[in-house]
Write a protein that binds this ligand. Sequence first.
Ligand SMILES: [Zn+2]
Length: 111
Amino acid sequence: MNEGEKKVVRKMIGIYCRSKHDSSGVLCKTCAELEQYALSRLENCPFGENKPTCNSCSIHCYRSDMKQKIKEIMRFSGSKMLFIHPIDTIRHFHHERKRNNNYKAALKQQK
Ligand SMILES: [Zn+2]
């Protein structure tokens, strides 16, 4: 589930670990743990392929320490992604916007 998301998360953690922890190719222990955690959250997301971005989601499923870490990684790697993987990144954000709009529309209908 959410294969596209997983790819992006993996890339972001990879970029972060390489620049911050001097790892090459293989993630350090902390980042490897975080990656496992993030991937399992995506796998278990109740919204499945229609998941909104985690920022706009009404379920905050991350443990707070993991949330802090992933936030820092997103901030750090987000801008770099655009240079390293421009096509993937643009496609990713385009999909996210679309899903967020769907999600908001669905929320409105529930009221
Ligand atoms: Zn690391």
